[in-house]
Design a protein around this ligand. Structure first.
Ligand code: HEM
Length: 359
């Protein structure tokens, strides 16, 4: 008999692929009591996940918790993760990766929906009165790991040590936040009638892979605007830079809603933002991802995921203790400077000035 799969480490971003996932994004209420409740909760997350997970050995229950830039300042103050900033918007007009509110992300995964449901219930009970849920999506694993649009999703994900290398902040990057990660989420809604009206060959050129067998198209026929071309990055040394995705389809067929919840983990937000810029603005500008003609991003938020020891330590953290002034807690974050229109007329909002560039 196979031994049951061990429960994944708390706050571990790379877990085995699961059948089910809940995504909850919430804002933390303004008052000091709510902030204290959320801080205290940080010490409970792993215990609750362990208690619920024990009920189904091998159920692969895990939970990752992330905090937005604004929430970090209000809840924990300095020091703060070096690359944590408000979500940067990309694109213009109909095609925008827009920023939406969200202080706290819960990414709950398991092989059974009841495990996700029970853990979400327990975690949210402890947060009652302290947070306001702004978005909640229950995703399911589709046939053959296929995204809502019918293509296999996740094939080029890094695995094992490679996944860790690309997702976990190293001691050299940001010593106080080593072991943590960044995560970017976006909820997409699809025009499935429009997408299904394309021929399979046309869909394959949009994605850059074959639909049935999930094989990458040959470079000689793969368009430079294919999803796979625009999201493949290399660094200054010519080495590929990857992120770890665990997208989930979701929807309500009775209401005509068909969606993909995009979730990408990385050791820095920069590569994920570069991919968004390539997709929404285009590379070069105008050569954008045609998947966006059939998919609209309706949410967008960036979070920092502390390592498990840091998450527990945060329960004891008081903003102001390390020099943060409490009176500044309710101040609004600085708005991103307005971008000048580019050659293609795109505002390229949030374009990556000063950030590392990838090809
Ligand atoms: C509408 C939402 C999306 C859908 C349905 C979708 C679907 C897919 C599919 C079917 C693939 C090919 C198989 C694979 O390697 O996983 C893929 C690849 C990929 N996607 Fe997406 N994706 C979406 C959004 C995004 C976003 C927003 C990003 C990044 C910001 C992204 C990054 C990637 C990357 C890095 C790859 C692998 C490229 C390669 O190495 O060939 N995707 N996606």
């Amino acid at each position: 008999m196979m031994p049951p799969t061990p429960t994944p480490d708390p706050q571990s971003v790379s877990t085995s692929v699961t059948r089910s996932a809940f995504f909850i994004v919430a804002t933390v209420n303004e008052d000091a009591t709510s902030r204290a409740t959320v801080r205290a909760w940080c010490a409970d997350v792993a215990n609750l996940a362990r208690a619920v997970g024990k009920r189904v050995p091998g159920g692969n229950l895990s939970c990752v918790v992330g905090f937005s830039s604004d929430a970090w300042d209000r809840l924990f103050g300095d020091p703060r993760p070096a690359e944590l900033h408000p979500f940067r918007e990309f694109g213009s007009g109909e095609r925008v990766a827009l920023a939406t509110p969200g202080d706290l992300l819960l990414h709950i995964r398991a092989d059974q929906t009841d495990l996700c449901f029970e853990l979400a219930t327990q975690l949210m009970n402890r947060l009652e009165g302290a947070v306001t849920t702004v978005d909640e999506v229950h995703g399911f694993r589709n046939f053959d790991m296929r995204a809502m649009i019918g293509f296999v999703d996740g094939t080029e994900n890094p695995t094992g040590n490679e996944a860790e290398h690309f997702t976990v902040i190293g001691a050299d990057d940001d010593p106080e936040f080593a072991g943590g990660s960044y995560v970017l989420v976006q909820k997409y809604l699809h025009d499935m009638k429009g997408w299904n009206a394309l021929s399979v060959e046309a869909q394959e050129r949009v994605i850059g892979r074959t639909k049935l067998q999930d094989i990458e198209l040959d470079e000689s026929v793969k368009p430079s605007c294919s999803h796979s071309s625009l999201t493949t990055l290399t660094d200054a040394n010519g080495d590929e830079v990857k992120i770890l995705r665990d997208n989930m389809p979701f929807g309500r067929p009775g209401s005509g809603e068909f969606g993909t919840y995009f979730i990408g983990y990385a050791r820095s937000p920069a590569p994920i933002e570069q991919m968004l810029e390539n997709m929404f603005v285009g590379k070069p500008p105008g050569n954008y991802d045609r998947l966006l003609d059939f998919s609209r991003a309706v949410t967008g938020s960036l979070f920092f995921v502390p390592s498990q020891p840091l998450l527990e330590a945060l329960a004891e953290r008081e903003p102001g203790a390390a020099g943060t002034v409490d009176a500044s807690l309710d101040a609004q974050p600085e708005p991103e400077p307005a971008a000048a229109p580019g050659a293609d007329g795109s505002l390229a909002i949030g374009s990556l000035k000063g950030a590392p560039r990838y090809e």
